[in-house]
Design a protein around this ligand. Structure first.
Ligand code: MF3
Ligand code: CO
Length: 259
């Protein structure tokens, strides 16, 4: 693409302060949800707990009522288990069990600003190969964040994540991407987890970005379940997802989604 349809928003000092607050709340809720994860808890319990915590902090869900065409997202957070990649909907009959992995994706609006973060959490003890998948995905996020520096291009972030993941023998998902984040959950630019170094929009100080590798143990293909939202790996093998909202500062990126 030669031209972007809309420019990448650059946040002013006071806007950055608001982003910091929103991201801190998103990260705090994520950490508190993580502490609830144990065998027997349902994904509905986790979703409802995320909603009460949002109320407690004066925040609202950024995904509840989120529309894509005629589809409306019906839950407060995205809770995705095992082969579910993203956008899992809390379900009372879905009990977590020992050896599962669950991805908690918490995206909130506080005073008009969005904070977005996700992590894949172990339920009890994992098979070593699943544990490695989760660790690799978290490291892939850190690798991408390292490349998210003013003067670099989006493709530098994308390529670094893809290379790291594929070297480990896994695949990045193509159907969902990271994104700019601010007044709305999805702003310019798109941040794929695959691509070529030196390509794409140039990054600059004051941009706020959600970087979010989604890594499949097997093939990169995904299917969407009949609920219209839940994305699962086509081969139904496990998949992991980590996400931070970061602020670009001179010389690098500062992670805003810390509790
Ligand atoms: N962190 C996810 C994203 O950036 C949240 C999606 S919410 C949904 O796309 F409403 F689209 F489900
Ligand atoms: Co996101």
């Amino acid at each position: 693409m030669l031209h972007r349809s809309t420019p990448i928003p650059v946040k002013k000092r006071d806007e950055i302060e608001s982003m910091r607050k929103a991201c801190k709340v998103a990260a705090t809720i994520l950490r508190r949800l993580e502490a609830m994860v144990e065998p027997g808890v349902t994904t509905y319990d986790l979703d409802q707990a995320s909603k009460s915590m949002m109320d407690e902090y004066g925040a609202v869900s950024a995904c509840f009522n989120y529309r894509v065409g005629s589809r409306v997202y019906p839950a407060y957070s995205c809770i995705s288990v095992n082969e579910e990649v993203v956008h899992g909907i809390g379900n009372m009959s879905k009990l977590l069990k020992d050896g599962d992995i669950v991805t908690l994706d918490v995206n909130i609006v506080l005073d008009g600003w969005v904070g977005d973060n996700a992590r894949t959490v172990a339920v009890g003890s994992l098979k070593p190969e699943v544990q490695t998948l989760v660790e690799t995905t978290e490291s892939a996020l850190m690798v991408g964040i390292k490349q998210a520096t003013p003067g670099n291009r989006v493709g530098d972030v994308s390529a670094s994540i893809q290379r790291f993941v594929e070297k480990a023998g896994y695949n990045v998902v193509r159907d969902f991407v990271g994104h700019g984040v601010g007044r709305s959950m999805h702003e310019e630019p798109q941040i794929p987890n695959f691509g070529r170094r030196g390509t794409g929009p140039k990054l600059g100080v004051g941009m706020t970005l959600a970087i979010e590798p989604m890594v499949n143990m097997g093939s990169p293909e995904v299917d969407i379940l009949s609920d219209g939202w839940t994305a699962v790996s086509r081969d139904r093998l496990p998949t992991a997802h980590f996400e931070h909202t970061v602020l670009l500062v001179p010389g690098g990126a500062e992670i805003l989604t810390t509790p």
